[in-house]
Design a binder for this molecule. Structure first.
Ligand code: 5GP
Ligand code: ZN
Length: 114
C-alpha cells in the first residue's frame, strides 16, 4: 500500500530507529514511547491488522513470535518481563492501519488497559 506509513518505514522511504530487520520483518522504536522500551514489530508485507491473518499467511506470526524472546534479551527486558500487544480497529485503539505489535517494557505496566 503506497500511502501506508508503516509500508514507507519498511521500505526506508521514512526513517526509523531500527532495532532488528530481516527479509520479512522490521522492528523499530516507537516515535512516542509509552515505556522505557517501546518498539513496534511489523511484517514488511502490508496487512491492515491482525484481522487479516489467515492460515495461508500465518507463518509471519510464528516468525514474529519466535523473534520476540531474542528481542527481549537484546533490549534487556527478558528477566523483568514485558508486554506484547496489537491494537485492532477503532475500539482497539489502532491508529496506523498496518499490522504491528507493540513491545513494551522497562517499567511496571498497569492492567487492565483504559
Ligand atoms: P496504534 O495506535 O496503531 O496501535 O500504534 C501506532 C503507533 O505508531 C503509536 O504508538 C505511534 O506512536 C507510532 N507511530 C506513529 N507514527 C510513527 C512514525 O512515523 N514513526 C514511528 N517510529 N512510530 C510511529
Ligand atoms: Zn502498510
Amino acid at each position: 500500500m503506497t500511502d501506508c506509513l508503516f509500508c514507507k518505514i519498511a521500505n526506508k522511504e521514512i526513517p526509523s530507529s531500527v532495532v532488528y530487520e530481516d527479509e520479512k520483518v522490521l522492528a523499530f522504536k516507537d516515535i512516542n514511547p509509552e515505556a522505557p522500551v517501546h518498539i513496534l514489530i511489523i511484517p514488511k508485507v502490508h496487512m491492515d491488522s491482525a484481522q487479516d491473518i489467515r492460515e495461508s499467511n500465518s507463518s509471519i506470526m510464528s516468525h514474529i513470535f519466535a523473534l520476540i524472546p531474542k528481542l527481549a534479551k537484546d533490549l534487556g527486558v527478558d528477566e523483568k518481563g514485558f508486554r506484547v500487544i496489537t491494537n485492532i480497529g477503532e475500539h482497539g485503539g489502532q491508529t496506523v492501519k498496518h499490522l504491528h505489535f507493540h513491545m513494551l517494557g522497562g517499567r511496571n505496566l498497569s492492567w487492565p488497559p483504559g
